[in-house]
Structure formats: structure tokens, C-alpha cells
Design a protein around this ligand. Structure first.
Ligand code: FAD
Length: 500
């Protein structure tokens, strides 16, 4: 490896590859050569349409205009995810972005809600979450928190066509000097001394050398696994779904500003409304359901005509044991995969890119840097894994073998502790900068009927009348404010109709 890392080669042109290329093009201006190799013949995974609010930071960092982005990607707004049939067959709740209620003194709102609920004086938790209230009314607006307002902001993400997003970012990256090479990588050359990857050979014989390689080649992990045999930690004993069948269907109105995840017999089905179509997929466990039966379930539960042949995707949930090995950094599906229940994969691409930029080597790669990168990456994905497992572990679908097994499985210790602590006294302790916040954990726990036996003792500091008034004021204000927001359809239509 040369003294100074100045040449970065990205393998793969899916969402991960082009997000990486665009970010490197934006931040590594002079003196860096960025090359992206992709193979049209192999293609991309072709799914991945729902995001979480941090995607906006990525777009903003690149200077991407929101309306332009929505136009280019057929995007819509997303305020949260509705979970139907998880806590019980007829239950539904929303994990909405943003705060639950508003704070009062030291405590998170849900402690007051628990006290009021015990007295029979509280509505469903979702009545106190502005995003939830707006989402179920199909409303959307850009709401910032006013200094004198008791209203929280309305954090939002997007639904979009990931293929169109990759194409958009490709234009962005190529305009800023990224060189795209079309071709299939057939060989990976290692440096005899260091063992680092030295160059790639394409099917037409072209050789592409580099200092640092970013593996965005998808599930196959062409460099990180194919060349370096890094290893993969398999989490299927906790998350046994190993297939997804996906199909787009004709769009129906209204455009709901939320993703829906409906539990099925051996998995769950997603519904993601875009402007021009609705994305659908059925994630399932092949040990519990055949591919044909899963496809039939999906096709039998569409709200419009199917627009393409269903596509089957096969995966193993888990993570690459080291996301950075030698001079190869894995970003995207090559680094690991957790099913899209909480829309976290594109986010993990984004944080992988942030971390790569943080740890960008100035010369040769230090072991300490690589180790820190890998530690942070592992912590982040393990906590997301636990959050996703929670949805399965706390299911109320008794009598269905898939769900019965998940409800009784042994949990990862941090998750088991977290559930025990919440059940005992309603506390959630967010550790380090893990992705999901207290509001997220509380909504899923309560939504799936994990209800604490007690609340924080300081919630008893106000009297019953004050408590009643506090909750009523919050719910009334949220309902009134949501009612004043425009329809989501109308908001999107206005946004995409006005070229900036
Ligand atoms: P890919 O899209 O597979 O791209 C791999 C690239 O590598 C391609 O360009 C391919 O041509 C190239 N390549 C591979 N081998 C070679 C070779 N030998 N030579 C040259 N090029 C090569 N994420 C979300 O955030 N939200 C969601 O709602 C969501 N839903 C999902 C649903 C499912 C069923 C799945 C499987 C994933 C979902 N994801 C979701 C994840 C999301 O799709 C991926 O994180 C994202 O698309 C990134 O994929 P990728 O770029 O890593 O891989």
C-alpha cells in the first residue's frame, strides 16, 4: 500500500455504492481519485424504499434540495411505521418518529401516561405522539418547534424508489469527478507482502488498482468475504426470516405518510406508498412457509394491481465480523443485513459512510483506527438488531408455530435486561449513541403490550386533576394541530410541482 491513501475504489453501484461515491465526491475534493465499478449484468438488489429521519442529514450534507429529490425519486413523506397484528392479531400501533408527549419536569412523558392509564384516565399512547396523530389523519407539514410552543417538531423521513435514488446520486457523483467503470470483477489481486487488496481485474481484462477499497457489492461481499474471508456472524436464531418476496402494485389514494408492517403467519408484509406505485414485500421464514405460499400471501394482500413479476430475495441476517478488514471497508449489504422492519439498512449505509469519513486514513491504515471503526459498527448494528428482535419477542400471536417459537426464545442479554427494566418501572436507558431513542423503545414496548408495573415515583408529584389536565392538553393540542396541517397528497403534489 502506498504511503498516502489517495485512490479509493468502490465496488458496486447499488444504493450503498452510489451513496458512498456521492459523499466521497462531496468531501474528498482535490487530490483524491474515486472510481466506482459496477456490473449492469449483475444488477442491484432493487429494493429498499423506506427510511428514517437521518436520511435528511445525508441529503443536506450533499446540498440536495428536498423538492428536487422527491421529484427525482417519486418520493413521499414518512412519519412512522404502523405495526398491524403484532401485539395481537387485531392490534395495531405506530412507531412514530419524534417525541412521546412532552416532558414535565425531569421525566419522560410516558411515566405520567402510565400513572393516568392505571387510573383509567389515559387514551392510547399514540394520542400523545404528534407524528402518530398526523399520520393517521394523512396529514403532513414541515413543523419546526417554535420557541414559545408546547408542540414538538414533526420529524420525518421519506419513502422513495431506491433505484431512482441511486441514479440521482450517480449523476451527482459523476458531475463531481467520480469515474464509473462498467464491468464484472472476476479477480481480486492481493499484495504479496501486506495481504491488502491491490487491484481488481474485470471480465474484459482491465485492471483497476487502488489504495483503499469500499466493498458495496451487496450480499456476496466480493472483497470483504470473497477475497478476505472475513467471516459472518449469523443471527438467524433470533431473526429467522431468510426470504423476502417483493412486488410493486398500482398506487391507491390517499398516499399514507407512513409505512405499514403487517404480521403474517410466518413473517410480515410491508407496504410503502410512493407517488407512482406502492412497494410491497413479504418477509418470511423459509423453515415455516414455502416460497410459493409466501408469494401467494403477498399477491393476495395488495391494494392495487401488481405491476411486475414478484422477485424472491434470499438472505441470512447477521453482520460481517469486521466491517473494515485490511484495506477493505464493507458498506451496505456486504457489511450485514437486518430485515427492513425498522427501515434501518440505508441508515446503516449512511453511518458507515460517516464513519469512513471520520476514519479516512492519512497514509497507511492504523490498526487502532480499524479496531475503533469495527467496534462502533458492531455496537450500532447489535442495538438495532435487538430493537428488531423486540417486535418478534413481544408478539401476542399465540397458536402460530413461527410466532410461538419467537415469543419463547432466549434473547440477547442487553435486550432481556432492557425489557425487564421497562417491565419493572418503565425505565429505558439509552446507551451511548445507539440509534433508537427512548420514545422509540417505549412505543414498541407499549404497542406490543409490555406494560410496566410501576412508573417513576416523581410522576406522583402532581395531583390527579393536574395530571388529567396535562394529558388532555397535550392530546387536544396535537389533534388540533394535526387537523390544521395539509393533506399529505396535497403537500407532496405541491412540492413536486414547483421547480426550485
Ligand atoms: P446491491 O443493491 O446488491 O448492489 C450491489 C452492487 O454490486 C451492484 O451494483 C452489483 O452490480 C455490484 N456487483 C456485485 N458483484 C459484482 C462484480 N463481481 N463485479 C462488479 N459489480 C458487482 N433498506 C432500507 O433502508 N429500507 C428498506 O425499506 C429496505 N427494504 C429492503 C427489503 C429487502 C427485502 C432487502 C433485501 C433489503 C432492503 N433494504 C432496505 C436494504 C437496501 O435494499 C440495501 O441496503 C441497499 O439497497 C443497499 O444495497 P447494496 O448497494 O449494498 O447492494
Amino acid at each position: 500500500m502506498s504511503e498516502m491513501v489517495r485512490s479509493i475504489v468502490i465496488v458496486g453501484g447499488g444504493t450503498a455504492g452510489w451513496m458512498t461515491a456521492a459523499a466521497l465526491a462531496r468531501f474528498c475534493g482535490k487530490g483524491w481519485r474515486i472510481t466506482l465499478v459496477e456490473s449492469d449484468e449483475i444488477g442491484t438488489v432493487g429494493v429498499g424504499e423506506a427510511t428514517i429521519p437521518m436520511i435528511r442529514n445525508f441529503n443536506q450534507a450533499l446540498g440536495i434540495d428536498e423538492a428536487d429529490f422527491l421529484r427525482a425519486t417519486q418520493g413521499t413523506y414518512k412519519l412512522g411505521i404502523e405495526f398491524a397484528g403484532w401485539g395481537g392479531r387485531d392490534d395495531r400501533y405506530m412507531h412514530a418518529f419524534g417525541l412521546v408527549g412532552r416532558g414535565l419536569g425531569l421525566l419522560p412523558f410516558h411515566h405520567y401516561w402510565l400513572r393516568a392509564r392505571a387510573a383509567g384516565k389515559a387514551g392510547p399512547l399514540g394520542d400523545y405522539v404528534l407524528n402518530n396523530v398526523a399520520a393517521y389523519r394523512n396529514r403532513f407539514a414541515h413543523v419546526q418547534r417554535a420557541a414559545d410552543s408546547m408542540l414538538p417538531p414533526l420529524p420525518y423521513a421519506f419513502h422513495f424508489d431506491a433505484g431512482l435514488y441511486a441514479a440521482y446520486l450517480r449523476r451527482y457523483a459523476e458531475a463531481r469527478g467520480v469515474v464509473r467503470v462498467e464491468g464484472r470483477v472476476v479477480d481480486v489481486e492481493r499484495d504479496g507482502g501486506s495481504g491488502d487488496v491491490a487491484a481488481l481485474t474485470l471480465a474484459d481484462g482491465e485492471r483497476i488498482a487502488g489504495d483503499l477499497f469500499v466493498d458495496c457489492s451487496g450480499f456476496r461481499g466480493l472483497l470483504i468475504e470473497g477475497a478476505l474471508a472475513t467471516g459472518y456472524e449469523d443471527w438467524s436464531h433470533w431473526l429467522p426470516c431468510d426470504r423476502a418476496v417483493a412486488v410493486p402494485c398500482a398506487s391507491v389514494r390517499p398516499l399514507t405518510p407512513y409505512t405499514r408492517a403487517t404480521a403474517r403467519k410466518a413473517g410480515w408484509q410491508w407496504r410503502i406508498p410512493l407517488q407512482h406505485r406502492t412497494g410491497n414485500g413479504h418477509v418470511f421464514s423459509s423453515a415455516h412457509m414455502s416460497e410459493d405460499a409466501a408469494t401467494a400471501t403477498l399477491l393476495g394482500n395488495l391494494d392495487g394491481e401488481a405491476l411486475a413479476e414478484p422477485r424472491m430475495l434470499r438472505f441470512t441476517t447477521g453482520r460481517r465480523t469486521r466491517a473494515w478488514n485490511r484495506n477493505v471497508v464493507a458498506i451496505g449489504l456486504s457489511a450485514g443485513f437486518i430485515e427492513p422492519l425498522e427501515s434501518t439498512s440505508i441508515h446503516l449505509i449512511q453511518t458507515g459512510i460517516n464513519r469512513l469519513l471520520d476514519f479516512l486514513p492519512n497514509g497507511s491504515v492504523a490498526d487502532a483506527d480499524r479496531d475503533a471503526f469495527n467496534r462502533l459498527t458492531a455496537f450500532e448494528i447489535e442495538r438495532i438488531r435487538d430493537f428488531v428482535i423486540l417486535h418478534y419477542a413481544a408478539n401476542g400471536r399465540t397458536g402460530e408455530p413461527f410466532w410461538d417459537a419467537l415469543r419463547t426464545m432466549e434473547l440477547p442479554e442487553p435486550l432481556a435486561n432492557r425489557i425487564a427494566m421497562f417491565r419493572a418501572n418503565g425505565r429505558i436507558v439509552r446507551e451511548h449513541d445507539e440509534l433508537f431513542d427512548v420514545a422509540g423503545w417505549v412505543q414498541v414496548m407499549v404497542g406490543q403490550n409490555i406494560l410496566p408495573e410501576r412508573w417513576h415515583p416523581l410522576a406522583d408529584q402532581i395531583d390527579d386533576a393536574q395530571l388529567d389536565q396535562f394529558l388532555t392538553t397535550v392530546a387536544t393540542a396535537f389533534a388540533r394541530d394535526a387537523e390544521r396541517m395539509p393533506d399529505h397528497d396535497a403537500f407532496v403534489a405541491r412540492c413536486v410541482a414547483t421547480p426550485q
